[in-house]
Ligand binder design. Structure first.
Ligand code: CO
Length: 136
């Protein structure tokens, strides 16, 4: 079961320029900033009520986010749904015919465990499952 929308992911070229918009101009609270090597990004979380905006900037030109920006330009990248048991959700989705990018969870921002669904199975929306670390 998807229990809530955890975050919307926004692909940006310049993370400091994006922080200036979201933190200073929108006045959202920046709560976390991290290099997530496994996803090839520098990522920032800002609180919006109990949900988040996740800004992601590519670490290099060969990363998937750099390729996304080269193809589509910066902007909306993915929607992340919170789940309580990510292995069970992956198994449930695969059984229902969904194509997964990740059949095994990988490390996401702030100690979360994440898995992406393939956009070919999701009407074009890159979709993430996220199981937050227990202390978040
Ligand atoms: Co995300």
């Amino acid at each position: 079961m998807f229990t809530r929308i955890d975050h919307v992911g926004i692909a940006v070229e310049d993370i400091d320029a994006a922080i200036a918009l979201y933190d200073e101009q929108y006045d959202l609270e920046l709560v976390h900033r991290e290099i997530v090597e496994e996803q090839g990004v520098e990522a920032v979380l800002l609180d919006v009520g109990e949900n988040h905006i996740e800004l992601i900037a590519p670490l290099g030109p060969e990363t998937t986010v750099a390729k996304f920006i080269a193809k589509n330009g910066p902007g909306m990248h993915h929607v992340a749904y919170q789940v309580e048991d990510i292995e069970a959700e992956i198994a449930r989705l695969v059984a229902s015919g969904i194509r997964m990018i990740d059949r095994e969870p990988r490390t996401g921002i702030r100690g979360s465990r994440v898995a992406f669904l393939h956009p070919k199975s999701t009407a074009g929306v890159l979709t993430e499952l996220t199981e937050p670390a227990k202390d978040h």
